[in-house]
Design a protein. Structure first.
Length: 578
């Protein structure tokens, strides 16, 4: 029996944890280039992009012209549809131009994490055989061009566009992101401004190539940050990310009147799809407050640009709310936005809605391999569901919760692994059929590795990662539950809970806590707060006070590093007999 769509408030209760999204709005079957050109024709003079830190503004027509010019220039480098082009940069106008230009001529944009260093860059570029890399020159203490020259010293004597490198045999051209007025010389490299100037926005090849492209063609590769092994190149199509961006914007009720502040990184799906594509599919305005995340720049830009939406991971919203100058800014223009990237603390969600005026903020859940969003709350989701769940399945998708051992779909309210199926599931891991088959089963279900429950109305709650679950003396403990409880402490700003080895119980809980600014807190205070409120076995045995957590550029907490540090500090060993 097929369960009814759960997007209607009147949907009957589900009998199993399987939910199917609405299909009343059809999927987009165009390429990204086709869809964007149609939007530019509809709203030529409407503001498409504001890059505050670069002091640049583009209308939809101007953005179309510049991206066509860049697409022509990329063809001029000898590239052909299907070739891979890397971008290694923080947020800015050039990033969006690359996203649009590559899509228009069938090139596959490879997003390189700005946190990558030499060995990781070497692996990524070679794994997908990048022919061109567009890179920022430097950022703060990171010398990107210096790292490239260390990896490919041949750049120092090569002609631009004619690199022959022993360690990067596929790479021919390195383009560096120069700024207006910059006079530095970079031997062997091409300036982005010079590349762009070499293109022709009316190049007849653009239309000719566009007619050969299909919505199901790969358009983007993103490397997933696994905790073990080499990163995998999740390969996404026009159809994957264009539709996901559209339905994300629908859940936020975006219109051309909206102006979305995007401080999350573009190299990740959060910025590129939930940000750029949610806006471009609705004629809304993209606003970049800064290149890398800066809470003060976000507050200033929201005020100056009258932003109606704001994206962020929980750590970003916490940094904004707790900034000493928070009260100086007028954020009353805000209406919506998305909190995602890691589990969203309920108390933080409440503060975002009240103190930042984001009454219609939504929660989104997903993973790179599903383009990325599978579930999302909407602007009308009841408050209690919006703060405690990740919402309902997105249109044209299916989600289910299964028993990790038997594979059977569990009853509502029972915890198990969340799986997703539908248009958003990736093309596959680049040239890695083995790992693709491990992730996507023969019925097309993507196995997320996340533990979830689904209620009878179809609302999904993420309770943790399967590998994060702690088993203490036979009791299954979800760190998320303990974190949510500790967030209620008035002197705790942020908290992460992990399991560490224990000879007696198998595992014990450890909490890393960031106290609020100016507040003092002791282990005894925390344990007293827990006493009588949560079960004794859920009270963390080890408590450490820290100033920050190890995390990825996208704000995902790296719990495996916390666990490793605690094992070293405490001299703990894994039980090899288990």
């Amino acid at each position: 029996m097929t369960p009814p769509s759960v997007n209607a408030l009147t949907a009957p209760a589900l009998s199993t944890s399987l939910s199917i999204g609405a299909t009343d709005v059809p999927l987009i079957e165009q390429t990204l280039g086709e869809f964007f050109d149609a939007m530019a024709a509809r709203l030529p003079d409407h503001e498409a992009l504001v890059s505050a830190h670069q002091q640049q503004r583009y209308s939809y027509r101007a953005l179309q012209t510049a991206s066509n010019q860049l697409a022509s220039a990329l063809l001029g480098l000898g590239l052909a549809p299907g070739d891979r082009v890397g971008i290694w940069s923080h947020n800015g106008t050039q990033w969006l131009l690359m996203q649009l230009a590559t899509a228009k001529v069938g090139l596959i944009l490879v997003n390189i994490n700005p946190a990558y260093r030499i060995a990781e860059l070497d692996y990524a570029l070679n794994k997908v055989a990048c022919k061109v890399l567009v890179s920022m020159a430097r950022f703060k203490t990171s010398d990107y061009l210096g790292m490239l020259r260390e990896l490919a010293p041949e750049l120092n004597t090569a002609q631009p566009g004619a690199l022959q490198s022993a360690r990067l045999p596929h790479l021919r051209t390195v383009v560096w992101l120069d700024e207006p007025g910059q006079t530095d010389e970079e031997p062997g490299l091409t300036r982005f401004s010079a590349l762009l100037a070499a293109g022709d926005a009316a190049d007849p090849r653009l239309e000719r190539i566009a007619k050969t492209l299909r919505a199901t063609d790969p358009i983007n590769i993103q490397f997933t940050s696994g905790t073990t092994g080499f990163p995998k190149g999740a390969t996404l199509t026009h159809r994957n990310i264009l539709n996901n961006g559209f339905f994300i914007g629908e859940a936020m009720k975006l219109t051309p009147a909206d102006r979305l502040c995007i401080p999350v990184p573009l190299y990740h799906c959060f910025g590129m799809v939930l940000g750029n594509l949610a806006c471009l599919t609705h004629g809304a305005t993209i606003v970049y407050p800064s290149d890398g995340f800066d809470p003060l720049a976000v507050l200033q830009t929201v005020q100056d640009e009258h932003c109606t939406g704001l994206h962020g991971v929980p750590t970003m919203f916490i940094a904004e709310l707790d900034h000493p100058r928070f009260g100086e800014f007028d954020l009353s223009s805000l209406r919506t936005g998305i909190m995602a990237g890691s589990p969203c603390p309920i108390e933080v969600m409440k503060r975002v809605m009240s103190d930042m005026h984001m009454s219609e903020v939504t929660i989104a859940y997903g993973m790179t391999e599903t383009s990325p969003v599978s579930c999302q709350s909407s602007t009308t989701t009841p408050l209690e569901k919006r703060v405690a769940t990740v919402g309902l399945v997105q249109p044209h998708l299916q989600v289910k919760v299964i028993d990790a051992v038997t594979g059977e779909t569990v009853a509502p309210g029972v915890s198990g692994e969340l799986c997703t199926r539908g248009y958003s599931v990736m093309h596959g891991y680049w040239e890695d059929p083995g790992r693709t088959a491990e992730a996507i089963d023969d019925q097309g279900w993507m196995h997320t590795g996340d533990l979830a429950t689904m209620d009878a109305q179809g609302y999904v709650n993420i309770v943790g990662r399967i590998k994060d679950m702690v088993i203490r003396g036979g009791e299954n403990i979800y760190p998320r539950e303990i974190e949510e409880f500790l967030y209620r402490h008035p002197r705790i700003q942020d908290v992460q809970v992990v399991g560490v080895p224990d000879a007696k119980y198998g595992e014990e809980l450890c909490a890393w806590i960031i106290p609020r600014a100016g507040q003092t807190l002791s282990e005894e205070d925390v344990k007293a707060f827990c006493k009588g409120q949560i079960a004794h076995y859920k009270v963390p045995r080890y408590i450490r006070f820290v100033t920050s957590f190890p995390m990825t550029v996208t704000g995902k907490i790296q719990k495996f590093i916390i666990r490793a540090e605690m094992k070293q500090q405490l001299g703990l060993q894994e039980d090899k007999t288990a």
